[in-house]
Design a protein around this ligand. Structure first.
Ligand code: ZN
Length: 346
C-alpha cells in the first residue's frame, strides 16, 4: 500500500471514473476522459483514455494523477488561449480531484477498503472513526474465498423446503448470512404504512451508507439520526419459490458467490444475491437496533428494515437474523460484540 496513496488520496488498483472535460483538440468542445488506476511493477500507473467523437481513443499514462492530467491540461490551456475563452490555470487543478478521488462518496468507500490502514501518510477524512478502528471479525475458515461455503452448509441444514411449522425460520447465507422471520407489522406513529413506505422509498439513500463493518465484511451505517420505529430501507430482491431458491443456491455455490437470501414465508424466499440492494449488507446482532417487517402493500409483500430504538448517525445497523439453532458442527460464531451476545448466530 505504501506506493498507492498520497496525503490526500488512496489509489485503489482497478479504480475507474469517467470525467467530461474540455477537449485538447477544440477550444469549445468537451469530451470524455476515462480515468483508471493500474499496477505496474508494484507502482500505481495512472491511465486516462481520451474518448472524443471523430477521433480514435488516445491512452495517456503517468506515474501520478497530476502527471497524466498535465498531458491534457496543457493543450487544453493552449486551445483556450487560441480561441480567447476564459483562461484555465492548470497549476490550480489537482490530478487527484480530476480522477475523482476526493469526491466525498468515493473517499468514504475507498477509506472502507480492506488494507487501507497501511496507508501511513494518508489523512483519513471519514474512515478512522472509532467504529472503524476495531479489528475486523475474522471469518472462521480464515479464507475469504471459502467463507461463503462455511455459511452454505448451515443454510443447507435448515432447509429451504421447510415444512409449515418452521415457516417463521429465517435464513440467508453468504459472506454475511442474512435471514430472519419478519415480525408482524405494527403501524407506527400516526402515518399509514403505505405512506411510511413511500417516504422510505424516497429517502432511504439519505438514511444509510455502506462501509466496512465492525462486525463482519461490509456493513450498513446510519447516515443520520434515526428515530425509533422508522422505516430505514427495503430488503430488495427477487421473490422466488423454494424450488427455484434451491436451484439458484446450487448455481451460486458453484460460482463461489456470497449468497444472500431472505425467507419470507414457508413457500417464498427473497433472493438478493444478484438483484439485491444495500440492505443485504446489514449484519446480525444479538442486541439489534433494527427489526425486519413484512409489509403488505397493493403491489405485494415487501420486507422493510425498521429501527427498533433511536439510532445515532454513524451507528452500524443490525438486526437479529433469528437463525434456527444448529448442532455443534454447523454453528456460526457471532462477532456482534453485544454485552448479551449469544456467541453463536445459530
Ligand atoms: Zn452476538
Amino acid at each position: 500500500m505504501a506506493a498507492f496513496h498520497s496525503a490526500n488520496a488512496i489509489f485503489p488498483v482497478g479504480y475507474r471514473a469517467s470525467r467530461i472535460y474540455w477537449s485538447t483538440r477544440h477550444g469549445n468542445r468537451r469530451c470524455r476522459y476515462l480515468c483508471s488506476v493500474e499496477e505496474n511493477e508494484g507502482r500505481p500507473e495512472f491511465v486516462v483514455r481520451v474518448m472524443e467523437q471523430g477521433y480514435d481513443d488516445l491512452v495517456l499514462t503517468g506515474a501520478s494523477p497530476k502527471g497524466v492530467w498535465d498531458k491534457i491540461l496543457e493543450p487544453v490551456a493552449e486551445r483556450r488561449n487560441e480561441t480567447g475563452t476564459l483562461k484555465l490555470f492548470p497549476v490550480y487543478l489537482k490530478g487527484e480531484d480530476l480522477f475523482g478521488f476526493t469526491v466525498t462518496a468515493v473517499t468514504r468507500i475507498v477509506e472502507s477498503l480492506p488494507g487501507v490502514e497501511a496507508c501511513e501518510s494518508y489523512t483519513f477524512r471519514f474512515g478512522r472513526n472509532p467504529l472503524m478502528d476495531l479489528p475486523l471479525a475474522i471469518n472462521p475458515t480464515g479464507s475469504a474465498r471459502s467463507e461463503p461455503k462455511t455459511c452454505t452448509h448451515v443454510k443447507r441444514s435448515h432447509t429451504l423446503s421447510s415444512t409449515g411449522g418452521s415457516s417463521k425460520s429465517m435464513q440467508t447465507v453468504g459472506s454475511v448470512g442474512v435471514a430472519e422471520a419478519p415480525e408482524e407489522v405494527t403501524p407506527k406513529q400516526f402515518a399509514s404504512v403505505p405512506f411510511q413506505y413511500r417516504r422510505m422509498k424516497a429517502e432511504w439513500k439519505s438514511n444509510v451508507y455502506l462501509a466496512r463493518s465492525r462486525i463482519q465484511g461490509l456493513g450498513l451505517y446510519a447516515a443520520r439520526d434515526i428515530e425509533s420505529h422508522t422505516m430505514v430501507i427495503e430488503y430488495i430482491g427477487t421473490l422466488i419459490r423454494n424450488e427455484v431458491a434451491n436451484r439458484m443456491e446450487k448455481m451460486y455455490e458453484s460460482q463461489n458467490r456470497g449468497i444472500y437470501m431472505f425467507r419470507l414465508d414457508c413457500e417464498h424466499v427473497v433472493d438478493a444475491t444478484i438483484t439485491g440492494g444495500p440492505a443485504r449488507y446489514i449484519n446480525h446482532s444479538c442486541a439489534p437496533n433494527c427489526i425486519t417487517e413484512a409489509v403488505s402493500l397493493e403491489r405485494g409483500v415487501k420486507i422493510v428494515i425498521s429501527s427498533c430504538r433511536n439510532i445515532q448517525r454513524g451507528e452500524e445497523l443490525c438486526y437479529d437474523y433469528k437463525f434456527d439453532l444448529e448442532d455443534d458442527q454447523h454453528k456460526i460464531p457471532c462477532h456482534c460484540g453485544a454485552v448479551n451476545c449469544r456467541k453463536w448466530m445459530n
